[in-house]
Design a protein around this ligand. Sequence first.
Ligand code: ZN
Length: 279
Amino acid sequence: MDKLRIGTAGIPDSTKPRSTANAVKRLAELGLRHMEIEFVRGVRMGEDTAREIRALAEKHDISLTVHAPYYVNLNSAEPEKITASMDRIIQAARAGAWAGATSVTFHAAYYHDDDPEVVYGRVKHCMEEMLERLGKEGIAIRLSPETTGGPSQFGTLEELVRLGVDVPGVYPCVDFSHLFARSLGEFNTYEHFSGALGLIRDNLGEQALKEQHIHLSGIEYGPKGEKRHLPLEETELKYGDVLQALVDYEVGGWLTCESPILEEDALILQGLYNELKST
Ligand SMILES: [Zn+2]
């Protein structure tokens, strides 16, 4: 069985009635093997629901990851906003861990007018503090800050790999679409994609690639980077080459498709991945 699991960002559109529990069953019916639970507008899942989802996900062999709320900025000028940001990530991590999720991703910070090196230090400090809190609570889940879609946001691949080296327990969530948008379309060749995987392997070890949190979907960019997600059919991103690099580097883990046509595109990625894998 392939070690890379592909699935949707949240509940597939064809899930009826719409609930996270039914989504797990629907994904299994569709032949997909992963779901990212979207807490992007807040964490409203209680322990009982999370544990029910965990049991269903185990039964149907669906892996889970979590996306923490969007309202996070670990480089806010207001200390109480940094505290609130860390609280939101911890809440998402806690609910995710109840549900058996392996990794929680989030957009860590904005640079504002600060030196990226200073921002790096602040984010690093927050990661250490959060890991300490998670440890004290006995919450076992990876903290996986995501490569971000615009140059105003902290989260280049290099910054996140460096965080992973400096703070064991932190792993980069590689959003290939964001890297493409952030570079204004330049990051779009097999060499770029395989180079990103090589950077992770060389700095964080082969094992990191075996348990890699990934986002992939179509995307449109403008002068400031990411504008919106697009169906695969409409994007310039060479997602087939991304999948080829994932196959060549024997990447395992969890690939979330954030397309506006969720399961349709996730199934296209799954089909293409299977083809590449068998050639
Ligand atoms: Zn994201």
